[in-house]
Design a binder for this molecule. Structure first.
Ligand code: ATP
Length: 197
């Protein structure tokens, strides 16, 4: 079974593309959603979070996201610490999930595949690309965020053009080219690659 990463800049359309693969019966692991769950299910992580960020980081066992964001986005060292706590657990969780799947290939959708080092466990990576102005507009519309807020988030990831260069395949989600035929073609190619395994 091939392990395929799916990544791209903020607002590139990773989730939209992942949903199309799901319609083709490809199992998809959503790293962001899985991580959000780990904050409340992984006892080790909960203990470590309280040790490092203070007991008030959880209120009635629910993560105080606003407080965490305040702490990590004002201090790069705290952000590194958080990533060091969370990334290995997410990678382990994804591996456990992968071991349970039966398919020609599976997809791991994650914004920070390269940044987190989880790319090392994958056979190939698909990058979803879109022009920065379009990505900006999509995220502002989706999240009701300001330009500055989106730029701030974009600046916390590696450059999206560089990200796409690091990928093995590209899906262009620029609202000029059709996405579905690109996904179908890649799906067939990945099935073919999986048989060579
Ligand atoms: P993030 O990194 O912020 O999680 P993402 O890469 O997963 O973003 P999506 O959430 O899939 O991006 O897409 C961002 C927004 O743009 C969503 O509201 C989505 O519906 C919209 N969108 C994505 N692709 C298209 C498209 N081809 N046509 C119209 N809207 C689109």
């Amino acid at each position: 079974m091939l392990k395929i990463g799916l990544t791209g800049g903020i607002g590139s359309g990773k989730s939209v593309v992942a949903k199309i693969f799901e319609l083709l019966q490809v199992p998809v692991y959503y790293a962001d959603e899985a991580t959000k769950k780990l904050y409340h299910t992984d006892k080790e992580l909960m203990v470590a979070m309280k040790q490092h960020f203070g007991t008030d980081i959880y209120v009635n066992e629910r993560l105080n996201r606003a407080l965490l964001a305040e702490k990590v986005f004002s201090d790069p060292d705290q952000l590194t610490l958080l990533n060091n706590l969370v990334h290995p657990l997410t990678i382990r969780d994804a591996k456990n999930w992968m071991a349970r799947q039966k398919a020609a290939y599976i997809i791991k959708e994650a914004a920070l595949l390269f940044e987190s080092g989880s790319v090392a466990d994958l056979d190939y990576v698909i990058g979803v690309s879109a022009p920065q102005a379009l990505r900006m507009k999509r995220v502002m519309d989706r999240d009701g965020a300001t330009r500055e807020q989106v730029l701030d988030r974009m600046n916390k990831q590696i450059d999206s053009d560089l990200k796409i260069k690091l990928c093995d395949f590209e899906i262009r989600n620029n609202e000029q080219e059709l996405v579905l035929p690109q996904v179908l073609k890649l799906h067939e190619h990945l099935i073919m690659l999986s048989t060579k395994g």
